[in-house]
Design a protein around this ligand. Structure first.
Ligand code: HAM
Length: 420
């Protein structure tokens, strides 16, 4: 038996309605705020992620699905959504259009070679929003507010907003020097990758899956204490907006985020689940990434939200919506040998927007009724009975078990009216 690769998950017909439902809510909330959908390829040139995400990050060093294609190019399955969007913005010169650019992606497959566990997959799917062209902290606040409204809509309440500032290219270098100086004496306590990272990119030691929780690493100097005036002002203004719109948040100096592109604001929204804290989404500013990847200087901010984690948490909290009925109407024919009239009628009903089907399994009438009940059909229409001579059919309401004679001419209107 061939099984699905470790860390992947099927979405089966009986649960796909949950995905469609959360997707619809995500689209609605994004489009209400003027974001339009962007779709980028599932794979990109590896170099995009080396330069975009950063070649000293855990994601790039340990988790990417990278392979050589038949043309000998190094290709990588998207390990995150932002770099591809930035590449598309630059390649298609979207920045030359009216700013800001507000884009969202949905159900985007993301691949990371991680240790699978509850809420952590090797293929997961993200809803993300990216906002290009604005330096204003109101853009950062907009994303946080949208996220909270979305999560509230899903009924997830046990949330905490964590914010921090990662500084910028002006203030970060001197902080990194401090960090290097601090970490060097502990070099031997760190993993082999982090020993090298002290020199190359000491910030990455702070979110290394092996070293981040070691007491030596927890006591490092904090970026927030070394912000330049511009970053400090941005952070203060963001906090002022969040205070004004009464969004509760905590300043969490431990958030560094596992990707290199962040500048200024970084944030995560976490939930308490089964005794541990799990991030539902994370994001922040990346004011340098568009220019780093060859475009003009364009500030930007965005987030990514793990869609599996939403469904998992809703399931844990028992707040998943009930499955809708598969069909509105099941059409049966009393004459078992001839199902063609039932077949034709079901096609006609579909054309009027009614979800309808007829028997394809050669079942007895009793078995057809049982099947109709099982799939939750609201009505069974019976053709070929004594009503036939009056140009009518029998319609049974499967909830009330009430049976009515309805003229064929009025059938569609009857079903549309009663079905709602
Ligand atoms: P990220 O924090 O790496 O950020 O991922 C975003 C979200 O994806 C996480 O908060 C989590 O819910 C979900 N996630 C991450 N890894 C897994 C996994 N292995 N299994 C299941 N869910 C997972 C980014 O990817 C950035 N691109 C976000 C961003 C957009 N920043 C700016 N714009």
């Amino acid at each position: 038996m061939i099984q699905a690769p470790r860390g992947t998950k099927d979405v089966l017909p009986q649960e796909s309605y949950l995905w469609q439902w959360i997707e619809q809510e995500m689209r609605t909330i994004a489009e209400k705020a003027g974001y339009r959908e962007i779709r980028t390829p599932v794979f990109e040139h590896t170099e995009l992620f080396l330069r975009g995400v950063g070649d000293t990050t855990d994601i790039v060093q340990k988790e990417m699905y990278t392979f050589e294609d038949k043309g000998k190019r190094s290709i990588t399955l998207k390990p995150e959504g932002t770099a591809g969007v930035v590449r598309a913005v630059i390649e298609n010169r979207l920045y030359a259009d009216t700013l800001p650019i507000k884009a969202y992606y949905i159900n985007s497959p993301i691949f990371r070679y991680e240790n699978p566990q509850s809420g952590r997959l090797r293929e997961h799917h993200q809803f993300g929003m990216e906002f290009f062209g604005s330096l204003s902290p109101s853009a950062d606040a907009e994303l946080i507010v949208i996220l909270l409204a979305l999560l509230k809509r899903f009924g997830i309440n046990n949330l905490a907003v964590h914010i921090n500032s990662n500084g910028c290219e002006k203030c970060r270098p001197s902080y990194l020097e401090k960090l290097r100086g601090y970490l060097k004496p502990y070099r031997n306590k760190l993993c082999d990758t982090c020993k090298i990272r002290i020199e190359q990119n000491p910030l990455r030691v702070l979110d290394c899956k092996i070293d981040a929780d070691k007491p030596e690493v927890r006591g490092t100097p904090l970026m927030i204490d070394y912000l330049c005036d511009e970053c400090d002002e941005h952070f203060e203004n963001l906090k002022a907006i969040l205070d004004k719109i009464e969004v509760p948040y905590t300043i969490d100096t431990s958030i560094v985020r596992g990707l290199d592109y962040y500048t200024k604001t970084v944030f995560e929204i976490t939930m308490q689940t089964k005794g541990r804290e799990m991030a539902l989404c994370g994001g922040g500013r990346y004011d340098g990434l568009v220019s780093e990847l060859g475009g003009p200087v364009t500030p930007a901010v965005g987030f990514g939200l793990g869609m599996e984690r939403i469904i998992l948490e809703m399931s844990n909290q028992n707040i998943l919506p009930a499955a809708p009925p598969i069909l509105d109407v099941f059409v049966c024919n009393l004459q078992k040998e001839d199902q063609s009239e039932a077949f034709l009628l079901s096609q006609l009903l579909r054309q009027s927007g009614i979800k309808a089907d007829s028997d394809h399994m050669n079942r007895s009438l009793k078995a057809q009724f049982k099947y109709a009940d099982k799939i939750g059909a609201k009505f069974v229409v019976i053709v070929g009975g004594e009503e036939e001579s009056r140009g009518a059919v029998a319609v049974r309401n499967m909830n009330t078990k009430e049976q009515t004679e309805v003229s064929k001419n009025n059938l569609i209107q009857f079903l549309l009216e009663k079905g709602n």
